[in-house]
Design a protein around this ligand. Structure first.
Ligand SMILES: C[S@@+](CC[C@H](N)C(=O)[O-])C[C@H]1O[C@@H](n2cnc3c(N)ncnc32)[C@H](O)[C@@H]1O
Length: 319
């Protein structure tokens, strides 16, 4: 049995199931710090343990077990795309304070506070594993010869609970100063009610911090109500079945909206958005060195990611 990465309440465990594998899936394309984080968290072993359990329990073939690593391409696209959106927010809008929700083992806080001195970057999560994140990042910074950035902080925060934001806002995000809130790999698991709750919380926070933005790649991951991009991956369905059984999640309850539905949802919630696609941002995933694993369907697959994946920079509409 693959160990659950945290001891949160049962519905949150389901969201957290994949967090342990993200570091390994991000090691294929030369992003800073990822290899070290993956090594220190034992991410590769956890991934391989899960895939081998999936082979036993779901009849996943060896070929599928190798092919499933193509999920890394999507992780790459998502990481780069949303990174560009945050960079634009920092550089073009001059917003230099950010709160990352559900940060897990992501290296972005370290990467961004290294790249932008003076940046205030607060990472948050609810999982027990996250309590070790400050120590993990300190070790990574140390081993990579990077000074531990002063602007980087870590807090425990349940993104659905208004009360959890209070002390974090008081400490790091003064009234009157614009901020961004960022999440990756979180909203796609949430139904409309949870998404609407988060938008309500963000709107209230942003009211006293005009110009603030919510940034996420999560809302448009899926096309026509199906898991469009991941479906290109041979064996992904078996992995999903496996995860669903492990998490006892009713997968049908994941009502991923298509792009029109996402837009309509945001309109209903009165949020304005700018959707940035990979193409618009000039992010190319076609470099042969970008991902050093064999990718039989790489070209059409990457083209599809380019077509569908967006990073959303969202602003509440106060009018
Ligand atoms: C799929 S992982 C993504 C981690 C990270 N953002 C990344 O891309 O590598 C989901 C994360 O969401 C966290 N999480 C789940 N529910 C949450 C909630 N209500 N509030 C804050 N974090 C939550 C989990 O603990 C886990 O770290």
């Amino acid at each position: 049995m693959t160990e659950q990465p945290n001891t949160c309440n049962s519905s949150d465990k389901k969201v957290s199931f994949t967090a342990d594998y993200h570091p390994y899936l991000k090691t294929f394309y030369g992003l800073p710090f990822t290899q070290r984080i993956s090594d220190l968290t034992g991410s590769r072993a956890k991934w391989e343990e899960m895939v081998s359990a999936c082979q036993k329990e779901e009849g996943m073939s060896d070929e599928e077990a190798n092919g499933i690593l193509q999920m890394a391409t999507i992780m790459e696209a998502r990481y780069k795309l949303s990174g560009q959106a945050i960079r634009q927010t920092i550089e073009k809008l001059g917003i230099k304070r950010g709160l990352e929700l559900a940060a897990g083992f992501s290296q972005r806080g370290l990467e961004f506070t290294r790249d932008y001195p003076g940046l205030v970057y607060v990472e948050s999560d609810i999982s027990d594993g996250f309590k070790q994140k400050p120590e993990l990042i300190r070790r990574v910074a140390d081993e990579e010869g990077v000074a531990m950035p002063r602007g980087l902080s870590f807090v425990m925060l349940d993104a659905q609970k208004r009360g959890d934001y209070k002390s974090v806002l008081n400490e790091f995000f003064p009234n009157g100063q614009a901020m961004w809130i960022y999440a990756e790999g979180l909203f796609a698991y949430w139904d409309e009610e949870k998404k609407a709750n988060l938008l309500g919380i963000a709107r209230d926070i942003f009211t006293s911090r005009p110009g603030s933005k919510l940034i996420t790649p999560d809302l448009s991951m899926h096309n026509e109500g199906r898991i469009a991009m991941f479906e290109h991956i041979n064996g992904y369905e078996k992995l999903v079945n496996f995860i669903v059984k492990r998490t006892k999640r009713d997968y049908d309850s994941l009502a991923f909206p298509n792009e029109q539905a996402t837009t309509a949802f945001l309109d209903r919630q009165r949020w304005k958005y700018i959707g940035l696609t990979l193409g618009e941002l000039g992010v190319s995933l076609n470099s042969p060195d970008a991902l050093k694993i064999p990718l039989a369907v790489r070209t059409p697959f990457v083209a599809d990611i380019n077509r569908h994946m967006k990073a959303w920079v969202l602003t509440p509409d106060y009018t």
